[in-house]
Design a protein. Sequence first.
Length: 518
Amino acid sequence: MLDLSIKNQVTSVFQLLEGSYTFEVNYNSTRNDANELIEFVNDVVSCSPRLNATFNVVNDNNILEFSLLKEGEPTGIKFRGIPSGHEFTSMLLAVLNADGKGKNLPDETIARRIKSIQEDVKLQSYVSLSCTNCPEVVQTLNIFALLNPHITHEMVDGAKFQEEVDALHIQAVPTVYANGKSFHTGRGDLATLLRKMEETFECNHNEEFEPTIREFDVVVVGGGPAGASSAIYSARKGLKVAIVAERIGGQVKETVGIENLISVPHTTGEHLAADLQKHINEYHIEVFEQRTVERANLQGVVKEVFALGGEVFKSKSLIIATGASWRKLNVLGEADYLGKGVAFCPHCDGPFYQGKDVAVIGGGNSGIEATIDLAGICRKVTIIEFADTLKADEVLQKKVQSLANVDIFTSMQTTEVIGNGSKMTALRVKDRINGNEREIALDGVFVQIGLAANSKPFAEQLETNKIGEIVIDERCRTSIPGVYAAGDVSTVPYKQIIIAMGEGAKAALTAFDDRIRK
């Protein structure tokens, strides 16, 4: 099943394994794909003397799986199906991580938070092998299982267990269940998923953690274009700099195509995030990823930023570059049908709606671009725009108006997501001109109504506008001396990557200028 070149690569990956690992395979011999799983496991095992496999024939026709054991003991990781495609890396990393290797392993502070979860949690992630967002979720949940004996994780290839997927009414990947209940849908990094675990299940961490104090000349909160730019410009001044962020790249990582970053005709969010990381690595910048900032003390000369897990970051100059997040409708039914008709990413979840009727809420560039993409695979796409006109660029409006299977409604307010308890079935909308209400029968809706500033940990101390953006002057200064804001979290107009980069540089230069002038 694996060709020679792939086997050679796997052999190289596993050559430094120190532990002994077993793939415990269970399968029903009547399944057409049973031999495929056996061949797959045997090919992987042949790549290292540290690997072996056991095979068990079972009567249940629904069984096609293998668990990972270390030194004969369960690791808590199971793969249902055959983890090829994008999930092949997840399988390799599961072994490496169990051996204490792999760059994706969290540092001591994050590991301590994971180990602090006290309840027994059975995680299941339903994936598509072609999904580019699924591996990060699978690999993160595998780490949870490896570090915490209370947690197990099972990856499920939805294509192999379609009846199960249909019974659960799953319409987006990855979809994660925890102890049989819907837990998470869509893209998710370690910081996001860990925070959800801590909010959902009993933990014992904060009261027992001894605070870890970290002091710097400049602390940058946020790892997107503005945060990376701020840190690099500050480091170039010879200052001791830290980035505290959930992830390097921030919201950029959710952008598929980028064609307006001047001098770079085309790139992707993933590539740009990797380039930001590479540039950061050129300087003496300490990066603290996967951090969740709970609160801050901005009074006094030294500012303090408190991260979940007992870390305190102190500096005289604080640059807030926390960006923004997808804005939700906040209407009745939206939360109930998230991942069951309500979606945000047309690139990831659009294929689930092939030949079906969907709506796109939002008439800006992102909404119209989503509509154009979806119109190629969906039977019908309905645009719902609150304003009296579309806000997208004229070239996009002309394109979408030329599509025969697209309906456009302006001056229309979404009031409710309607479903049958298992999946979304319709939207209730209200005409803002005449007040008439109606229901539009739909299989899904893609919400594209912009971003909300991630300013919550700082909003009570800093001046913000009515939509939560931190108010700044022309030099990125906030209402408190020594505190600066840059990028989408601030009141700077036009939320663009190139503008965020410039604002980050400006904030760093202003902070340095204020520093030398005291």
